[in-house]
Design a protein around this ligand. Structure first.
Ligand code: GDP
Ligand code: MN
Length: 379
C-alpha cells in the first residue's frame, strides 16, 4: 500500500527526521491560508501516488500566499501518470545547496532490506540507476541487528565530506531504517535529501510503501489507505475479497487458488497470449464472488476473451457454474468466455452450464489455447 507524501512525512517526522513543517490543502484558498501562516516562499506539491511530480509540473515554488493559491489552482485537478490530484501539500521552501538520494527497499533476491544512497539525487534516480549505476552505493542490512552505527556512517560518508553533515546524515539513515522496520515497509525513500547553505541536512520529499501483509496487525496504518488514489478495479476486488492484480494483456483470467492462477498466466504466455489480470477467487467460492470477478474483468476495455480455470477441491464447481450463469443474466458479457472446470461436483456444474447453452472443457491446455486464439482474433 502506497502512502501519500504528507502521510509518509508524518512517519519520518515522528522518527525525528528533520523536515520543514507543512500542511495539506484541497482548495486554493486553503493553500493560501497555509502559506500565510508559514510566511515567506513556499512549495506547493501534488499529492498523488507517483514519482516524477516535479517533472510533470506538480511541484511549484510560490513567493507569497497569492501565488500559492494560484499554484494550487493549477495543480489541483491535474492528472499525473493517470492519477488525479485531489490535494496539495504546502511547505516552506528550503534553500538547496545539494540534493542526494536515500532509499531502503526490501530486496527479494537476498531477502534483506538494502540501503541505496547516491549523491546524484534529486529528480531522476531511475536514470542514474540505468546510466551510471556506479554512482549508487548499496548496503544490505541484516534485519536481526538492524542498521549498525558504522554502517550509518559509511552511508553518510558516501554522500558528504564535512563532519557536521556526515553526522546529521548518519542520524537520518538510522531514523529512516527505524521508519522502514517499525512500520513493515517495503520501501522508504527520501529524494531529495538536501543540504542547505547554512550546513543543515533536510529531507524534502518522502515516499513510503507499506507491505499489505502488515496491515492486519497495524490498523493505524491501514487507515491511511486512500482508495481514491488507487486503481479502481483493485479497490473493487479488495472489497469483494478477491486477490486481484490488473495487468496489461487482453486475456481475462478467473482462477481458484493463487498457484493455479500463476500457472494459468504462465500457460497463457506459453501459448502466445497476454493475461489481463491475476485473479484468485479463493477456496470456498460462492456465486457472488464469481459475479464480482466477472464485473471487474469485463470493465477492463482491453479484455478480449475470458478464461475460467477452476480445479474443484474445496471449491465447488457447481457454485462457480451458478455464478457464471447468474452473472451473465445480470449483465451482458460481450467477449467470449472459455470455461475449464473439473473436480468437485463437476457433473452438476456441466448440467447447469448446458442448461444455458454453455460448454466447459476439462483440459487446461486446450482451454488456454482456445482463449488465446479467441483473444487474438478479436484484437
Ligand atoms: P518528485 O519529483 O515527485 O520526486 O517531487 P520532489 O518533492 O522530490 O520535488 C522535485 C524537485 O523540486 C526537487 O528535487 C527539488 O529540486 C525541487 N524542490 C522541492 N522542494 C523544494 C524546496 O523546498 N526548495 C527548492 N528550492 N526546491 C524544491
Ligand atoms: Mn522526490
Amino acid at each position: 500500500m502506497n502512502l501519500h507524501e504528507y502521510q509518509a512525512r508524518a512517519l519520518l517526522k515522528s522518527a525525528g527526521i528533520p523536515m520543514p513543517d507543512g500542511d495539506v490543502a484541497s482548495t486554493p484558498s486553503e493553500a493560501e491560508s497555509i502559506a500565510r501562516r508559514i510566511g515567506g516562499p513556499v512549495v506547493v506539491k501534488a499529492q498523488v501516488h507517483s514519482g516524477g511530480r516535479g517533472k510533470a509540473g506538480g511541484v511549484k515554488l510560490a513567493q507569497n500566499p497569492g501565488e500559492a493559491a494560484d499554484c494550487a489552482s493549477r495543480i489541483l485537478g491535474m492528472t499525473i501518470k493517470g492519477l488525479v490530484v485531489h490535494r496539495v501539500l504546502v511547505v516552506p521552501a528550503a534553500d538547496i545547496a545539494s540534493e542526494s538520494y536515500v532509499g531502503i527497499i526490501m530486496d527479494r533476491a537476498t531477502q534483506q532490506p538494502v540501503f541505496m544512497v547516491s549523491s546524484a539525487g534529486g529528480i531522476d534516480i531511475e536514470e542514474v540507476a540505468a546510466k551510471t549505476p556506479e554512482k549508487i552505493v548499496r548496503l544490505p542490512v541484516d534485519p536481526v541487528y538492524g542498521l549498525l552505527p558504522h554502517q550509518a556512517l559509511t552511508l553518510a560518508f558516501a554522500l558528504y565530506q564535512e563532519f557536521p553533515q556526515v553526522r546529521a546524515a548518519a542520524r537520518i539513515m538510522d531514523q529512516l531504517y527505524r521508519v522502514f522496520a517499525d512500520n513493515g515497509a517495503s520501501l522508504a525513500e527520501i529524494n531529495p535529501l538536501v543540504t542547505t547553505p547554512d550546513q543543515r541536512v533536510l529531507a524534502l520529499d518522502a515516499k513510503v510503501a507499506i507491505d499489505d501483509n502488515e496491515l492486519d496487525r497495524r490498523p493505524d496504518l491501514a487507515l491511511l489507505r486512500d482508495e481514491t488514489a488507487e486503481e479502481p478495479s483493485e479497490v473493487t476486488a479488495r472489497r469483494a475479497n478477491l486477490s486481484f492484480i490488473k495487468l496489461d494483456g487482453n486475456v481475462g483470467c478467473v482462477v481458484n487458488g493463487a498457484g493455479l492462477a500463476m500457472a494459468t498466466m504462465d500457460l497463457v504466455k506459453y501459448y502466445g497470449g497476454d493475461p489481463a489480470n491475476f485473479l484468485d477467487i479463493g477456496g470456498s467460492s460462492n456465486p457472488d464472488k464469481v459475479i464480482s470477478a466477472l464485473k471487474i474483468i469485463t470493465s477492463d476495455p482491453n479484455v478480449k476473451a475470458i478464461l475460467f480455470n477452476i480445479f474443484g477441491g474445496i471449491t465447488r464447481t457447481d457454485d462457480v457454474a451458478n455464478g457464471i450463469v447468474a452473472a451473465t443474466r445480470q449483465f451482458q458479457v460481450k467477449v467470449p468466455i472459455v470455461i475449464r472446470l473439473t473436480g468437485t461436483n463437476e457433473a452438476a456444474a456441466l448440467n447447469i452450464l448446458e442448461g444455458v447453452g454453455m460448454r466447459a472443457l476439462s483440459d487446461m491446455d486446450e482451454a488456454v489455447e482456445q482463449v488465446v486464439r479467441l483473444a487474438r482474433e478479436a484484437a
